[in-house]
Design a protein around this ligand. Structure first.
Ligand SMILES: *Cc1c(COP(=O)(O)O)cnc(C)c1O
Length: 463
């Protein structure tokens, strides 16, 4: 054994104690860390020929890299829908590395059974029925990709062919219909050989991002064959929701595969006052929910759910002499894009066991209240106006007289203040900002501080 490795092995408990102390220090200072730290250009150091051991490597990381890391896990980071990491989920992530199980082949440990239990819990949390099975994937992009791969396979089944065997060209032109699809739907279509151009956007309701179901019905009526419909449960700009029950009912008139992208909107199911937004989620053929967003587990974690595990095995099976054929209850190696895979379920399992449905419901409800509070402050400001009602956890707003330049400067100034981090967007042709609440640590005092900073920032131009 290399001398450095042997040394670290001998000192493992002490070394890990140092890591623990450092982690505790980082977490204690999370609220003081700037919400975002714009990266400065750097050039890579050469590969070290001989090592310096964990202690010194850690010290170097702390000096060279850590100061450039943001407070994205902290309470006032409102960019994207990032979420943080609950204590139990951090512990789960650490232990995933410590135990280093391969939750793919499922033959050498019960890690896959823990994943199955976690999927069952999450299915229940989101109000999805027992006909759905699922797996952990790295994020919503991969979950959407798996869902659309299933859709593609289903289109083949309708024609009596296996796309997994013959290839996507056997299908001819594929039509994908959606109101306000997330950008990753296009990415998934590109990966799958269906093609970005196969997506036809369907008109939305007036002033909304939710699809006009009548327009969707007309678009389906015009088609000669089956299609794929991507319904959106939580759009990124205004957190709008398609009417899932009404969309699912259209399958009586026209055959289509219904995929629902509920990456963060799925968490509406946890709040009794908002659960109606995702009514009918269980009717989908495939569902995407991100966990590294609103479940507050570390990156990277999401689930995919489907009613058609048989199609999933057809696509993802990885039969090899050393793995074996898929059984009636297939191992994850036969169900997921990855073959070897980390036990992503453990952080989710631990946080659900530690805080339960009620703990996670409280995170969601608090974040919704935070968004409402910020929305009220924005609406009351002379500089700003809301571009949409605050439906869930995202506030979409703009200047009274919006220009991209002015908003870019404000985004820059807000980031430089260290108080918060917001992302720019364009909504219905209007440049805007969006503030997304999804962190378990955020308090009302944080929201006050953010609102104050946002309201003061347009004045800074004039000083
Ligand atoms: C975030 C998001 C995605 C993509 O998720 P990743 O975790 O970044 O892969 C897809 N759809 C929606 C609606 C999202 O909000």
């Amino acid at each position: 054994m290399d001398a450095r490795l042997a040394d670290d092995l001998a000192r493992m408990p002490e070394l890990l104690e140092n890591v623990r102390a450092r982690a505790a220090g980082i977490l204690a200072g999370l609220g003081d860390r700037p919400a975002a730290v714009p990266p400065v250009p750097s050039s890579p150091d050469p590969l070290p020929a001989s090592g310096i051991g964990l202690d010194e490597a850690l010290a170097e990381f702390a000096e060279r890299w850590e100061p450039g890391f943001s407070g994205s896990a902290g309470p006032r980071y409102l960019g994207f829908v990032t979420g943080g990491a609950t204590p139990a989920s951090v512990a789960g992530d650490w232990l995933t590395g410590v135990l280093d199980q391969n939750a793919g082949p499922g033959v050498d440990s019960s890690a896959s059974d823990l994943e199955r239990e976690t999927i069952t819990w999450l299915r229940e949390l989101f109000g999805v029925g027992e006909e759905h099975s699922g797996s952990f994937v790295s994020g919503a992009t991969m979950s959407n990709t798996v869902g659309l791969a299933l859709a593609r396979e289903w289109l083949g089944e309708r024609q009596g062919i296996s796309i997994a065997d013959t290839g996507v060209s056997a299908l001819g032109k594929i039509t994908v219909l959606s109101g306000t699809p997330h950008s990753t739907i296009y990415k998934a279509l590109s990966i799958l050989g269906i093609g970005r151009d196969s997506l036809r956007t369907v008109p939305t309701l007036p002033g909304r991002e939710a699809v006009d179901v009548d327009a969707l019905a007309s678009a389906l009526d015009e088609l000669s064959g089956p299609a794929i419909v991507v319904a959106n449960a939580g759009t990124v700009n205004t957190t709008d929701f398609d009417d899932l029950e009404a969309i699912a009912a259209l399958r009586e008139r026209h055959p289509f595969w219904l995929h629902v992208d509920a990456a963060f909107g799925g968490f509406a199911a946890l709040s009794p006052a908002h659960a109606h937004l995702v009514a009918g989620l269980t009717l989908a053929d495939s569902i995407c929910v991100d966990l590294h967003k609103w479940l507050n587990v570390p990156y990277d974690s999401a689930i995919q759910l489907t009613r058609r595990r048989d199609l999933q095995v057809r696509i993802f099976q990885n039969a090899a002499a050393y793995i074996g054929l898929p059984t009636a209850d297939p191992d994850f190696v036969h169900l997921t894009p990855e073959s070897s895979r980390r036990l992503r379920a453990l952080p989710a399992w631990l946080t659900l066991r530690a805080y339960g449905r009620e703990g996670h419901r409280s995170i969601v409800e608090h974040n919704i209240a935070h968004a409402q509070r910020l929305g009220d402050a924005i609406a009351a400001s002379p500089h700003w106006r809301l571009l949409a009602p605050v439906r869930l956890n995202v506030v979409c707003f703009t200047l009274d007289k919006p220009t991209k330049e002015a908003l870019d400067k404000i985004t820059h100034d807000l980031t430089a203040s260290g108080t918060t981090f917001l992302t720019p967007t364009v909504y219905a042709g209007t440049p805007a900002l969006r503030a997304a609440f999804s962190n378990w640590r955020t308090t009302d005092a944080d929201v006050e501080r953010i609102a104050k900073e946002i309201n003061a920032t347009p004045y800074k131009d004039r000083e």
